[in-house]
Design a protein around this ligand. Structure first.
Ligand SMILES: Nc1nc2c(c(=O)[nH]1)N[C@H]1C(S)=C(S)[C@@H](COP(=O)(O)OP(=O)(O)OC[C@H]3O[C@@H](n4cnc5c(N)ncnc54)[C@H](O)[C@@H]3O)O[C@H]1N2
Ligand code: MOO
Length: 388
């Protein structure tokens, strides 16, 4: 049994970042930028009005003569001299000669004259050219492209970007007891559930994921399904990882030429986790218990997918919360406890931590981390957790 951190380091050593591709802006959401992008122009490209009002040349007078209009997309061509004003709207270029905008709420207008009704405000209501970014400013890489980055790329007039190819993930559920949702199970069968969570998790990390046919507990079946995954960047098997007579994933993968980096991790749930390489793919052999496989998905599959996309080798981010109730001492495996975040930054583990209980996982919004060998903890102590 090796420590979680050590196991994750092994997983990262099995990974090389995937190649890159050029992708058009409308298809960049969630992709990982791999090369920096430089702005093609300043934003704003001219000094711009931040308000609707009147652009004036600074002048002590209470009253100004309106000589024209500037709207967004329609600059005023002339020059403003002291005592003159240009009716201006938010986003319009500040006319030459003007050095402040007076908001329309602070003036009264009579024909082509405006008169101040309030003392001049301190803000000039002018956004200087290039305040947001200047031509040549860069969006750094690597980074995940969130909605805000897409808008920034667009504003920079960059219609495409170099991103990581999306990882192909093949997910294989194993076991004679499994049938797919909607099928008619025998009395001694259950419905395959874990693959759907893992597929969703992989897709949320930017992967293309597919669920392969369920492999039954024979060498021939498992081999045949693993062969279907030959083109994947990441193969995730579920179940058949333990020490029972029908736990075939390790032996069959090895027989097919897989290397094995480790087997068994000091974590609960998820102990019988295995990682290696099979052909060109990273192979993660997850335990079958539903919560075990999903916890392993968070702790290993998600960081692996990020590393594959060039985001570097990092564990999932943790946060700190105040323990809501006492915890007994932990054993030799780090316990990832299904828990709820409460008011005032508290965290309370669920009383039932059986790794078969999906319903408990669904009620939880955090995995409270009780480190291996950690002593008892009192309510009120600070503990780390992974948000779900
Ligand atoms: N003698 C020992 N027995 C077990 C050990 C051990 O160390 N010694 N470890 C236990 C732990 S911890 C776990 S976790 C499980 C993991 O076993 P496997 O990975 O071999 O998983 P299976 O036996 O195939 O299945 C376990 C459990 O999960 C159900 N399952 C499997 N796949 C799915 C799926 N896709 N969707 C829903 N449910 C699934 C399966 O029916 C079993 O109930 O081993 C312990 N045993
Ligand atoms: O590690 Mo198992 O996943 O405890 O149930």
């Amino acid at each position: 049994m090796i420590a979680v951190e050590e196991a994750l380091t092994h997983v990262f050593t099995l990974i090389s970042p995937l190649p890159t591709e050029e992708v058009e802006l409308p298809h960049l959401a969630g992709r990982v930028l791999r090369a920096p992008v430089a702005a093609q122009r300043d934003q704003p490209p001219f000094p711009a009005s931040a308000m609707d009002g009147y652009a004036v040349a600074s002048h002590d007078a209470e009253s100004y003569r309106v000589i024209g209009e500037a709207a967004a997309g329609h600059a005023f061509a002339g020059h403003v001299t002291p005592g003159e004003a240009v009716r201006i709207f938010t986003g319009a270029p500040i006319p030459q000669g003007a050095d402040r905008v007076i908001i329309q709420e602070d003036v009264s207008r009579d024909g082509d004259r405006i008169t101040l009704t309030q003392p001049l405000e301190t803000p000039l209501h002018i956004r200087a050219q290039g305040t947001d970014f200047k031509a040549g400013d860069q969006i750094s890489a690597p980074r995940r492209l969130r909605p805000a980055e897409l808008a920034l790329l667009a504003a920079m007039n960059c219609p495409r970007a170099t991103v990581s190819r999306r990882p192909n993930v093949a997910i294989i559920a194993t076991g004679d007891e499994l049938v797919m949702p909607g099928e008619e199970p025998r009395a001694d069968q259950i419905i395959a559930s874990n693959a759907f969570a893992l597929k969703a998790m992989a897709e949320a990390e930017g992967a293309r994921a597919r669920i392969l046919p369920i492999a039954s507990d024979t060498v021939a079946s498992l081999r045949a399904v693993l062969e279907l995954a030959a083109d994947a960047d990441l193969i995730v098997t579920i179940g058949g990882a333990s020490v029972g007579d029908h736990d075939l994933v390790g032996p069959v993968a090895q027989d097919m030429g897989a290397s094995r980096a480790f087997y068994k991790v000091a974590m609960r749930p998820g102990k019988p986790l295995m990682a290696g390489r099979l052909g060109d793919a990273l192979l993660l052999g997850l335990p079958g218990n539903p919560v075990s496989s999903i916890v392993c998905g968070h702790l290993f599959m998600r960081p692996a997918l990020r590393a594959l996309q060039g985001l570097g080798a990092y564990p999932m981010q943790t946060a700190t919360a105040t323990l809501g109730r006492d915890l007994p001492a932990n054993g030799a495996r780090t316990h990832y406890m299904r828990a709820n975040l409460g008011p005032g930054g508290t965290i309370s583990p669920h009383p039932n931590q059986d790794s078969a209980l999906l319903s408990v996982l669904c009620q939880s919004d955090a995995l409270l981390i009780h480190p291996a060998g950690d002593g008892p903890r009192k309510a009120g102590e600070q503990m780390r957790y992974i948000p779900l």
